[in-house]
Design a protein around this ligand. Sequence first.
Ligand SMILES: [Zn+2]
Length: 512
Amino acid sequence: MDYKVLYRKYRPKDFNDLVGQDHIKELLLQSILNNKLSHAFIFNGPRGTGKTSTAKLFAKIINCTNNFEGNACNKCISCLSYEETIDIIEIDAASNNGVDEIRELRENIKILPSLSRYKVYIIDEVHMLSTNAWNAFLKTLEEPPKHVIFILATTEIQKVPITVLSRCQRFDFQRISNDVIFQKVKEIAKKEKINISDEAIIELSELSNGGLRDALGMLDQLSKLSDKITIGTLNNAYGLVTNKDIKEIFEEYKNREIKLLIENVNNLNLKGANSDVLLTKMLDFLLQELIKYKISNIKEINNLEQLIFDLEECYNKKNKYLMIKTILLKNVEDSVENIEIENRVKEEKNISREIISDEILEQINLETFNIRINNSFVNANLNLKKEFIKKWDELTNYFCAIGETKYLSLLKNTKVEVVSPTNVLISTNTYNNSVLFNLICDEISEKCKKIIGDNIKIICLDEEQWKKEKSKYIKNKKIKEYSYIEEPVLKNNTKTINIATDIFGEELIEIK
Ligand SMILES: [Zn+2]
């Protein structure tokens, strides 16, 4: 599939056509007008932001024999031969990265340009050159013949040796803004008679992530799929997250329609929508909403600030969909304030629990879970419990003092229920909080062992689970003695830690 057809066709003809890199345009123009040309440039920036286009255009202008105000005349012999010229040489370093190619280049640069003033070498993806190739290149770069100009382009400047960077004039290309891409795509679609809705162009601009080449590539591809490009066309082609999806998710969150909310997020997942895009869009949207509330002084709804905070925590982590769902549920439940809503949420909570509990259960070791409940009852007594409650109450201050504030929202709703010499059973208000807590309880007890003591194993149940376990214990106590059971070594320990990392970030698992 050739993505570049439209992009090639609409390559800028002069600097006025060049989109979105105004600061670079300005600087290059100045150096042309002042006749102060460096012999080596490095263009750094994300893909599709116009590095090669700018390089080619620059080469054309400096070779034009009567360039006027920094624009090529399109009439001189150099301009007229621009399309076929052998004086502008494009090299892809990704496939020509060896020392032999650089030696060949070194030989060739000695030959004078055929029709123009300068021979311009544009070396794309220059960071791909091998170490030997760099070494062979360095001398040439330092003192090239007067008729040679190098323009090196890269998407990964950190891989370019400092010795090379110090010999080049550097330009950093930025991602092009969505607005600019929108205008350009709209303009080209009109010229090409491609029927595309404004709404679809907005989504396409966002999807292109600041690269015009990608945006036009998509326009190309979509125009072959449909005569009338709509959001639906984009959806089918790229499994995207639309602004409408985000609004729906927010409405359902706001109205606490848990079942719909979870189904909606699941559907996006099934559709193959990128979870990073989903997160970014959700956060963008939620921030806008939060700002609206702040400005109009309306009381913030449903834990909005906490929700934003929690969602940010699961950026760049694994299991993102599962995390997003759990976090949405946790915040919906935490935010319930009146009884009428509470009853409905309780009902829906059970449904939502079924939907995601299978996913979560895979991550928790059930055997350990049950052993910890058992061990909490072995030699448990009220004095131990009273002592432990004091320690537990200190934890909030302790975590604040050591800067681990991310635990606080989980601790907030916990209650110490049973304490044995080795184990502690706590309860919390919601199922999701209990799941989140259990995923990281070992890390928490490790972090606060100064306060609660070494090797205390914690297990957390939600209120309903706790009620059940309590009555089970009361019933069993008459007929059986509870005895201590050794915990198995966790087979899926790494997995659990990964999840913990996913929810709360790396620092959590740095056990000292
Ligand atoms: Zn010219």
